[in-house]
Structures are given as C-alpha cells and as structure tokens.
Design a protein around this ligand. Structure first.
Ligand code: A3P
Length: 352
C-alpha cells in the first residue's frame, strides 16, 4: 500500500482536476486493509449515515458514508506524519469547527492579506472548510483545498484522543480543542442531520436525537468522553494544547482571538491592535459575515454551504429541550465531568 503522505497535499487556488482523487488503487488497498476490522465493531443506528461503528470506545462512520470514515481514520493513524510546527484544530461536530477554522486561518495567514483589501480574502469566497482540511477527509482523500499555500500546516480533525495519529501527540505541535455545551451540540446536530438527510430517509424526530445523544451515540461521540480525554491531555500538556469553549469564544471573542494568536505563536503586535487588525479578523469570521458568504452553493455533493451556519447562538437548547430532557443531560454532564473544571457558563448566566 502506498503511504498517504501529508507533504503531498496540494493547495490550489482553484478546484483542480485532481480534486477528490485519492488514486482508486490506493483507496481500494486501504479499504481492503481496514474493512475487515469493521466487521468486528459494534454497530448502532446513525444520524446522517445509516449506521455508526464503535472503535476504541467511540462512534464512527464507515466508508460507505464517504472519506470521513473509520477506515480513513485508521489509515491516518498508521501513515500520517505530523511536524512540530503543525497546528491541529480539534472539535466534536457542531461545536464551532467552522468558526475556529476561519479564525485560525485568518490569524495565521494575516500577513499575506495585509496589503490587500479584505475583499480579496479567501474566507470571503470559500467555505472555511475549504481553507483548513480535515485529516480524516481531505488529507486522507488527497483532496486539494482551494486556498493557496497556508503559512503553517493547519489541519482540523474530529478524531478522539485515543485514536489520534501518534505522531501528532509525539511531535509536540500545537493543538486547539474547542468544545460546546452538550445541549447546544445536540440541537445543532439534530438540525444538521435533518438538513443533510436525503429524501430516501425520513426526518429525524428530536426525541430520537435526544435518546441517541444521551446514550453517547453520535459521530465521534460519546460527547463527554471526547471532551474529557482532551481536557485531561490539556492538563498534562498545557503548553501544547489550548482548551476553549464555544461559549467563552462567543462572550469574549476579542480576548480569545488574541489568546489564540499568542498560542499559535503569532501574537498580535501593539501596532496591529492599534490598526484594528484583531477587530477586522473577528468581523471577517463572524457568524453574520460567514453565513452571508456561504448563503449559496454546495460544499460537496448533498452538503450545501449554508448547512454549517444556522443560528450561531449560545443556549438555543432552551427552545428544544423539555425540562425532563434538560435534567437528564445535566445529570450525565455532572457525573461525567465530575472534578473537571469545564464550564459553559457565560457571564452571570448559568447555562448548564
Ligand atoms: P447552531 O446549529 O447552533 O447554529 P460546526 O462548525 O462544528 O459544524 O458547528 C456548527 C455550529 O456553529 C452551528 O451552530 C453554526 O451556526 C455555528 N457557527 C458557524 N459559524 C459560526 C461563527 N462564525 N460564529 C459562531 N457560530 C458559528
């Protein structure tokens, strides 16, 4: 099997002929190698996909859903070579991945656009998911992203800690982990699922979504185990991992963006701050701006660009969860996060 080497990633300014082209022979070999393992994995009903498969305690798509799969993850585990200067943005789905991708991309590459007007910025043309590739999707599939040479290798992933390619953990590179209130993740995933379910599958009911989420069955879930493992890692390696919450990012955007830049090794200078560069980046990556840019078109087949932008608010769970559902999720969160300093409180308002 030929190795899938991230250094062979191509960054093109326009979609190229080679898009979505992991050589078919390589792909078949990869699938042959890992598909057998899948037959031994416990299986449950999926959200967007038909089924999810349990591997090392977490739920995954299989390859029939696309490159975002257990097979891709296993292959990356075996072949991916991280570099100490890499940056990894790690999230659970619906925890603000699109936002943190946009922010990190805009921060790291700000020098390249400083002499241009902001109107030429890639985030004003392309979905943030086209600017920062997922390890288990674009990098695995050797799909070109649409943005010309990022200054640092910037990747995203939903892979749980226990399955992260070892070279990432060993390389001492920077990791940004962002999590979100589980009740808002549930609501966001519920809407995303119904947006993406094709006509052959009926709409998911919220009761069903709640049941599955509470049982821990969601892509890359259980939610609590994913968050907890990265939180514990951040305690051991505070210099390598920045642990953020969506809620804090919403409440203190400017300060968190400055902190993010500092952590990524490119703190804003006083002169940049005086020129308003931080505010410009916050505006460029705001829900309002990005949802406007991504109003039309498709990110990929069956996935419209606007699927990644819904409300962009903290606390939308209040209009979906019954008191009983709220109690159940609060209780699970309390038990699972016992002894951990993880809070989704915003200002004086207790949100959990
Ligand atoms: P809602 O469904 O609650 O609106 P992900 O990017 O991980 O898929 O998460 C999607 C969630 O992040 C959605 O939440 C979406 O609206 C929100 N989101 C997307 N872009 C955002 C931005 N720039 N600022 C704040 N929230 C954003």
């Amino acid at each position: 099997m030929s190795l899938i080497n991230a250094s062979s990633l191509s960054f093109a300014t326009v979609p190229s002929e080679n898009d979505h082209k992991l050589n078919k022979a390589d792909l078949d070999l990869t699938l042959d190698r890992y598909t057998d393992m899948l037959t031994t994995c416990p299986k449950d009903k999926g959200w967007v996909s038909e089924n999810l498969y349990m591997y090392k305690g977490f739920w995954h798509f299989n390859f029939s859903y696309g490159v975002f799969s257990l097979e891709a993850m296993m292959s990356m585990q075996d072949t991916f070579q991280a570099q100490p200067t890499d940056i990894y943005l790690i999230t659970l789905p619906k925890s603000g991945t699109t936002w943190i991708k946009a922010l990190a991309y805009a921060i790291v590459n700000r020098e390249r656009y400083k002499n241009n007007t902001l109107s030429s910025h890639p985030l004003l043309t392309y979905n943030p998911h086209k600017c920062v590739p997922f390890l288990e999707s674009e990098v695995f599939g050797k799909t070109s992203v649409y943005v010309d040479g990022c200054l640092s290798r910037l990747f995203a992933t939903h892979i749980p800690y226990s399955s992260l390619p070892k070279s990432i953990l060993d390389s001492g590179c920077r990791i940004v982990y962002m999590c979100r209130n589980p009740k808002d993740v549930l609501v966001s995933l519920f809407h995303f699922t119904n947006k993406l379910r094709d006509k052959s599958r009926c709409r998911m009911a919220f009761d069903e979504a709640f049941e599955m989420f509470s049982k821990g069955v969601m892509p890359y879930g259980p939610y609590w185990d994913h968050v907890k493992a990265y939180y514990n890692f951040s305690l051991k390696h505070p210099n390598n991992i920045l642990f953020l919450t969506y809620e804090d990012m919403k409440e203190n955007t400017v300060n968190k963006v400055k902190l993010l830049a500092e952590f990524l090794g490119c703190a804003f200078t006083k002169e940049e701050e005086a020129r308003g560069v931080v505010d410009e980046i916050v505006r460029l990556c705001s829900f309002k701006k990005l949802s406007e840019v991504n109003k039309h078109g498709d990110f990929s087949e069956g996935v419209p660009n606007d699927a990644f932008f819904r409300e962009g608010k903290v606390g939308d769970w209040r209009s979906h969860l019954t008191n009983e559902m709220t109690k159940v999720l609060n209780q699970i969160t309390k038990e699972k996060f016992h002894g951990l300093d993880i809070s989704f409180e915003v200002g004086a308002l207790v949100r959990n």
